[in-house]
Write a protein that binds this ligand. Sequence first.
Ligand code: IVH
Length: 681
Amino acid sequence: MASKPTSKTKDSDPLEQRTAQKRILELRRLLKIYNREYFEEDSPTVSDSEYDRLKLELIELEKKYPELDTPDSPSHLVGSKVRADFAKVEHSKLMLSLENAFNEEDILNFEKRIRKVIGLPLEKPNPWMYICEPKMDGLAVEIIYTKGKLSKASTRGDGRVGEDITENLRVVRGIPSTLKKNLSLEVRGEIFINKEDFEKLNKQRKAEELPPFANPRNAAAGSLRQLDPKITANRPLKLFTYGIGLPLDCKAKSQDELLSFFLECGLPINPEQKLCKNMAEVQKFYKDLETKREKLPYEIDGLVIKVNEWRYQEELGFTSNHPRSAIAYKFDSPIATTLLEDIDVQVGRTGALTPVAVLKPVSLSGVVVSSASLHNEDEIERLGVKIGDIVEVVRSGDVIPKVIGVKRDARKGKNLKEFKMPEQCPSCGTKVVKTEGFVGRRCPNSHHCPAQSEERIIHFAFKDALNMEGIGPQWVRQFIEKGWVKSPSDLFSITEEKLMTLERMGDVLAKKMVASIQSRKKTTLPRLIFGLGIPHVGETLAQKLAKKVKTLSGLLEISDEDLLSIEDIGETVARSISEFRLLNIDEIKKLQNLLEIEKAVEVKGPWLHQNFVLTGSLSSLSRSEAEEKIRSLGGTAQSSVTKVTTAVIVGDEPGSKLEKAQKLGIQIWDEKEFLKRLKKI
Ligand code: IVH
């Protein structure tokens, strides 16, 4: 149990220390529960990343308040107690755990610490190599071979004493019971189950009305720790070896030699490993492995970086919990947990009120996230979320992050505030309404609500509308603040002189922005109709509408009856279009005079009904040129990958769209392939 603070840390005030102590106790309580669930019951209730985060928070607090640290804190535990029903095995050498790194800064600090111990100045190149191996998400085991025969096998347990699983491992087909060499070795490695086998196993369990395993790691652990080896024998367990206890008959002098030696002995090793000269190469391997992660047949949660040569490993030694010569470089979790500080309400271009979560900034898939969508009040109710809650946030594909869950167990003792949607528009104060066809509330003041016109102007310049490159929301907001722009057509009156009065503006950029705006005076009718921002009129409907009305004046003149004859246009949409043009006659006429609208050409083309997504930059053509090419062949350029995407075209430095495509099994074309297909047509 935690001891009472005996002395006060320098600089820490008593209140802060009391808060820290409370938090430390809470973290220890949670970690002990999670440890038991994970190690003894093989049924965790929190994700590994959530566990890591809590453990890290505890370690940092104990570092800051050393007087609050106690030897029995779960922060010092390597694993957990062994199950009473298994015989115990004492490891001849401790089976430690690894320290975690989460970003580039952490691995650079890891190297700095190594240099300090070895006494190598920062400017000198390191004489050692690093070997990187995938961090298998399985179960650590030790297998002892005596004169080539499997004689004892154990789990890690608490690092000092593990469980005897000899009889279970003996029957696993993927684990050699005899080595190719007549040697004695203490081999360490990871037992795991392939993703595909895991799915099959769970299907089988479902058929037998048994509870499914939460993930492949738990399935591996549960399979291994069976009291009846016959059950283990039927489980598709696999092994990768990566370490050694006492070296015994092993003559290797480095990790890469050890892995080759294991192969010669007939022990399985992971083929995905790389020797790196420095941290830049390590970082590259990390990125490559992260891209490959989904495709690998087994689960990994990062990579393990090890100093390759054993003489350096020995010199570096150990801290109380970890070797100083290795570190686990974890992949970012796709779920982050953070504090919901507040809920803001934003007014969209069609007047819809959207609650937006204001979050304590948190890193999520390599990006710092400080706000996330809460969609509408129904969603808030469904989640049961309150201001002050700890929430779970995800980013999927390119969409803005969203809140997906609430940590109810973190609520105790917290001051939570219920959230209520406002009765009045936060931008113009008009009483909000619930309109048919809209989920949630709307501000009905579509013509004079400042938030709505701002969003409409931003939308007008947006890439799928008029596509004014470089004229993003930040700039548009400044134009509005300056009073230069009150409606979309005013964008065309922006001059270089005006732009030069803005902060952080140079003449090259000003010229470029004006040219970008002016170039869009030439546009197409579907883009313009979509750009107007008529409620309910998206890109596809804008195309259908353009085909029917043919010109902008046609849009003003079309009868309600003709509108209703268009596929996908019902009463609500027809009313929305009629109302919009009535309120915006002057603006539409202004645009008609300003713009040169290209005659619509009906595209049929070979790529009709095919959808393409671009990610990363192409070297031979710009993004909009590539999109035009796709459209000219009848295809659609989508902004994010969905199930109906035909292919993803991948350029340099692709984003998460590539991963999503891989996940969905969608065709991936590199630039060469894309150009080849364009040429063929
Ligand atoms: S080396 C001092 N290499 O990660 C421990 N561990 O937190 C040295 N793991 O207990 C372990 N893949 O269960 C090592 N290629 C790998 C690994 C690996 C997975 C696990 C292992 C270990 C834990 C460390």
